[in-house]
Structure formats: C-alpha cells, structure tokens
Ligand binder design. Structure first.
Ligand code: PLP
Length: 403
C-alpha cells in the first residue's frame, strides 16, 4: 500500500497534491499537528503489524469480506448488463464508514493519543467513529450543530450509548460548518491528546490518501470476487460521491485496469439549474475548502454555497481532490441523478431484491438503472452499495406520503 507515488498519475505527490489539487492549506496552528499525522501514517502504511491488525479487525469485527452479490432479479428487470452489488451495507454498523474509522482509531492509538475527535452532520460519521473508539479503547468527542442534534436524535443516542461525548455547537448556523470549526479549535488546543478523524477522502494531506487506503479493501475484494465469479474484470464501476470515500474505495484497485470504466454519481438534488443540488464535480469551480484545494460549490464571495441532497451523507459543497484529478485525466467520469430518480431506485431495489439501500447508495443504483439497459447482456457492472437504508425509511415514508 504505497499511498503516494512519484510515478502513478493517479496518486498524490509527496506533498499530497493530485496534479494541482489536494495539498494542505492550513492555518499556522494546524500545520504541525497535521504534518505529524502524515509522518505517522507514512510509517504505519509500511508496517506489516499495523496493516495486519487493521485487517484482523476488518475480518473479525466488521465481517469482511463483504459479499459481491449478483442482483439477478434486478438484472432481469433492467434487461441489459449483469449487475453486481458490493454489499458494504452488510458491514457491522451498516455502511462503509467503519472501514476508515477503524484505520483512523488504530493510527490514533499508535500515535499515543487518548481521544479521537470529529465533527458530524447527519451523525453517520460520528456513530462509526464512536463505534471504532469503543472497540479500540479511545475516548471519542463528536461536535455537532444544535440543528443537526435536533434532526438526528437517534444518532445522538447511539453515539452516547457507544460512550462518545457529543458537544452541541451553538455558533452561527448551528450546523456542519460550525461543528467543523468547533472541533478544529478543540483539536488545535491539545493536539498531543487528540487525533482528528476526518470522515471522507477530503481535508488536508494525508487524509485524502489515508482514508482512500483504508477504504481500498472494498475494491481489492470486489476485484478478486468478480474474477472468481465471472473470470474477468467488470466493464463499469459505479459509486455515489459525496466527499468520495466509498467511491475511491471501490475504484482504487481498478485504476490501472484501463478497460474498466469508472463512474461517480453525484447528488443532482432538485436539478442542476438552481442551487438545490450538491453536484460539486459537475458544477464546482477550483477553490479551497477544509484544508484542500479542490472543486467547490461556492457563491460569488468564494464562500461555500448552501447545498442540498435527499441523502444527508452527500450534502457537501466540496469533493475529494483525487476525484478532481481522475476527472481531469479522463480516468473517471462524473454524472448526477436527481432526488426523484434516487427515490425511485431506492424503492425498486427494495421491491425487486429485498434490499433496502441507503439513499446515498441509491444514487449509484439510479445511474445503474439508466445505464444497464443500454449495455449488452454480457457486460458486467459493479455498483457500490455503500450502506443500508434502515436509517432512511421514516424520511422516505414522509416523502412518499407527501407529509
Ligand atoms: C457517508 C455516506 C456516503 C457518502 O460519503 P462518501 O465519502 O462520498 O462515500 C455514502 N454512503 C453512505 C451509506 C454513507 O453513510
């Protein structure tokens, strides 16, 4: 696992730049603590003991490898390519996030930290991190806007049951942006105690490369599983892109398989015409956000724009810098689907396969449902089913009944 490489066009350079994107744009007080994380991870990623310990947790605790499931009913209904689903929804905690949270928790411990800290919006990252911290034996502190605390009460209860301290943030808009600032302020005050755990392939170097590496088990498994099942590589990979971690996790092992087409699916929300979407790859412009140079949906003052998605986990005005690089190099393609298309896919998979997908993952499925019928019957598509939809059923019921 070589997280940076001077030779691969798809990897970051030693300073964490994917072409001109990525890097570590930080206020002076954060430069040193984050550089310390980069050094520690560079060592850990070369240490067989660290990698073995992580792999052992992934198999014995998370339940890996996750299934690569041939969706035969869906394939028949769509009438085209053979559709496989990478079942990250079957992981302990029900999504892919546990993969990188365990990696970050183990690294925190290796660095001698006693606490992990993070912000959370909808609470998914907070719950996954609190789970990893409970297992590994670290304290966990999650900063969350007061508005989000009210909206996501079940996740607050989960985090507290798991032993995490949830810190309500009352500044400004009382949401994710303020929670990020609040968590970073605490972290900067005591970096010797805390490890800052970022929830996607975003933020300053080394996080985009490190979180990708922790998620890359998804693609390594899928590659071996499809070779076993079909005797050849897939034609297309499809994954939803918020920050981009489940997508990079699936894509990474296939980047140098040039015959494999790679598609990321963004939240098109209520359509790309107004501002009610979060299609950063499609409509974002170069900017700096959360310590990285990337594409950003921003207003005329360069402030991150308010964004919208039916899936709260995709509701982010930035995107991981490696995705921007892959798009520039023509190695991956980024499309969007609307909330309505997503909801239809959510219902279809539930009914046809008996699998209730997360609304985030339903973005990938919505694109597969458009794409598969256009492909020949011997084509193979793998979609990343990044999480289960139990968390979304009440919200979906409201939408369906128009409450
Ligand atoms: C958080 C989340 C996402 C979005 O995050 P990425 O970093 O873009 O993968 C996707 N699916 C599920 C189930 C999530 O919880």
């Amino acid at each position: 696992m070589s997280y940076s490489s001077p030779t691969s066009p798809y990897r970051a350079d030693a300073n964490g730049f994917f072409g001109e994107f990525g890097g570590a744009a930080l206020p002076p007080f954060l430069v040193e603590p984050i550089a310390e994380v980069a050094t520690a991870y560079a060592e850990a990623s070369q240490d067989p003991d660290f990698l073995e310990e992580l792999q052992a947790l992934l198999s014995k605790y998370v339940g890996r490898p996750s299934l690569l499931y041939f969706a035969e009913n869906l394939t028949r209904q769509l009438g085209g390519a053979r559709v496989y689903l990478k079942r990250e929804d079957l992981n302990h905690t029900g999504a892919h996030k546990i993969n990188h949270c365990l990696g970050e928790a183990l690294l925190a411990k290796r660095m001698g930290k006693t606490k992990v800290i993070a912000e959370t919006g909808a609470g998914q990252h907070g719950v996954a991190l609190a789970t990893a911290a409970a297992l590994v034996g670290l304290e966990c502190e999650i900063h969350m806007g007061e508005i989000d605390i009210a909206k996501q009460h079940p996740n607050v209860v989960r985090m507290e049951l798991l032993g995490a301290k949830v810190i309500p943030v009352s500044a400004g808009g009382r949401s994710l942006k303020e929670a990020v600032d609040s968590a970073f302020a605490v972290y900067a005050g005591a970096p010797e105690e805390y490890f800052f755990a970022i929830g996607s392939v975003v933020g300053p170097h080394p996080y985009p490369s490190m979180v990708r590496d922790f998620q890359s088990v998804v693609g390594r498994e899928a590659r071996a599983q499809i070779l076993e099942a079909e005797g050849r590589l897939p034609d297309v990979l499809v994954a939803a892109v918020g920050g981009g971690s489940n997508a990079m996790g699936l894509f990474d092992a296939f980047l140098t398989d040039e015959s494999v087409r790679i598609v990321g699916v963004e939240p098109g929300g209520e359509g790309l015409h107004g501002t009610r979407h979060a299609a950063t790859m499609t409509l974002g412009t170069p900017g700096t956000l959360h310590g990285m140079h990337t594409r950003v949906l921003q207003d005329s003052d360069g402030e991150p724009a308010p964004v919208h998605s039916i899936a709260s986990g995709l509701d982010y005005p930035g995107v991981g810098p490696q995705h921007v690089r892959l798009a520039e190099l023509g190695r991956a393609q980024y499309v969007s689907v609307t909330d309505a298309e997503t909801l239809a896919a959510f219902r279809t998979l539930s009914r046809v396969e008996g699998i209730i997908p997360a609304l985030e993952s339903s973005h990938a499925l919505a694109h597969v449902m458009q794409l598969a019928p256009t492909l020949p019957a011997d084509a193979i598509v793998i979609a990343n089913l990044s999480g289960r939809g139990d968390k979304d059923v009440d919200y979906v019921a409201e939408l369906i009944h128009g409450e």
